[in-house]
Design a protein around this ligand. Sequence first.
Ligand code: ADP
Length: 182
Amino acid sequence: MKELFKIEDKELIIVQGDITKAEVDAIVNAANPQLAGGGGVDGAIHRAAGPKLKEAGMKWVKENGPLPTGEAVITPGFNLKAKYVIHTVGPIYRDGRHNEPELLKNAYKNSLKLASEHNLTTIAFPAISCGVYGYPKEEAAKISISVLKECLPKSTIKKCYFYLFSEDMYKLWVETAKNILK
Ligand code: ADP
């Protein structure tokens, strides 16, 4: 299932499916600060990319320290169809009073900024922080669509994909996009 939206001259394509299958310049990983793989979408991306992705992540952390929440870093995609993986760390949701909305916004913004710095034209996002990091899904949907509305027009990205794993999440993102992008 997928549904297409326009943001000025850019396309936002909301898809139900597995992000590791996306044929794009970069897929975004909801990583943890150690960049060494983990569960959820992070684990799926590492399995599909192969062990070199973990080596690249661990090398970056050894040289730069753990990746702070809301920041992003780029590595090759190795065995993935995607040329690159953009790793970003979403916030762990506590109560909404620990800067979570700003940090979630930054994760999307900084991923797009990095994509633009590499002149990428296609990118795929997962629902950052919506798994074990516990972000309330409706809020996360609103933040992610709003930040794309704000930042896609000035980026190099022409087609931005949003991959939602479950049908419920897919429907929530489509409804939210209809509300915000109408
Ligand atoms: P976080 O730690 O940022 O919460 P998770 O990986 O736990 O990240 O979950 C983020 C979202 O990614 C969840 O909605 C989860 O269902 C979804 N997800 C898990 N595997 C995949 C996949 N292969 N493709 C797309 N989304 C996925």
